[in-house]
Write a protein that binds this ligand. Structure first.
Ligand SMILES: Cc1cc2nc3c(=O)[nH]c(=O)nc-3n(C[C@H](O)[C@H](O)[C@H](O)COP(=O)(O)O)c2cc1C
Length: 164
């Protein structure tokens, strides 16, 4: 047990490593450019109006594209997408444009790339962007939705991929 003033970032990260999270790709396309990033910091806000949020590191200036385009899509990954997750986390050295392979992607309503085989796709118009500490919280009104196949889900837990 730690007191409030003893919570160092490393301890916080250690606790968060025990938090099992669904793995998603958040994508955008527009005047600022096309980009996709692997995230676990995403969740539902409300079903009426349908709204989600995603937290992106704002110290990476490429993430400004999500705010500047004003649209994004959250693509929830299945177990078979572990390689894609590594590509979009920048772990495989693939350049950003090579991470999108045309056959895998389409669009629904906003023009943000949507993964055809995702477990679920939430295509969003940005309603608010709130900067806090190292991160930017993007709130998105869901304007397009796709329910995917009933496949095993990809999770990230204790710094490793898991399958549910
Ligand atoms: C499993 C996993 C989860 C991640 N979750 C987040 C997240 O929630 N928010 C975030 O900003 N970055 C997250 N990242 C890091 C980004 O994916 C990574 O910094 C980014 O894709 C680097 O992109 P670049 O090489 O195009 O700069 C996560 C990485 C992994 C492997």
């Amino acid at each position: 047990m730690l007191n409030k003033n003893e919570i160092e970032p490393a301890f916080y990260r250690e606790a968060m490593a025990n938090f099992a999270g669904a793995v998603h790709l958040v994508t955008t396309e527009g005047p600022a450019g096309r980009r996709g990033v692997t995230v676990i910091a995403a969740c539902s806000v409300s079903d009426d109006p349908a709204t989600i949020l995603v937290c992106l590191n704002r110290e990476n200036q490429k993430n400004d594209m999500f705010r500047d385009n004003g649209v994004f899509a959250l693509n929830t990954l299945a177990a078979e997408h572990q390689g894609l997750s590594a590509d979009f986390a920048g772990l495989t050295g693939k350049p950003p444009e090579a991470r999108f392979v045309a056959d895998d992607w389409d669009t629904i309503s906003t023009g943000a790339p949507t993964l055809k085989t995702a477990l679920a796709v939430f295509d969003c118009e940005l309603t608010e962007a709130k900067d806090f500490a190292t991160h930017r919280v993007l709130f998105g009104r869901v304007t397009g939705l796709r329910v995917g196949d009933n496949l095993p889900a990809l999770l990230y837990h204790r710094r490793a991929y898991r399958v549910l």
